[in-house]
Design a protein. Structure first.
Length: 74
């Protein structure tokens, strides 16, 4: 069972802090996503201070490098 907890989740639900729009996206495994265009209001989301990517700031699941226990590629 310990191995199952190490499985990296690629789907994450991101919520726009501007309009509240919710969208499930597939996170990239080979790059950090520093910007995200909200499909609801068009706002360009950027990571919060201290976070490496928009998924770590606004989504339900952190990015794959963080899930794996490493550092983000930022």
């Amino acid at each position: 069972m310990a191995e199952a907890s190490r499985e990296v989740i690629l789907q994450s639900t991101i919520t726009c802090p501007e309009c509240g729009h919710v969208e499930t996206e597939t996170m990239p495994t080979d790059a950090c996503q520093w910007f995200y265009d909200c499909k609801g209001c068009g706002a360009v989301l950027k990571p919060l201070p201290g976070d490496c990517c928009v998924f770590c700031s606004y989504a339900t699941v952190p990015c794959p490098p963080i899930q794996s226990g490493g550092a983000c590629c930022g």
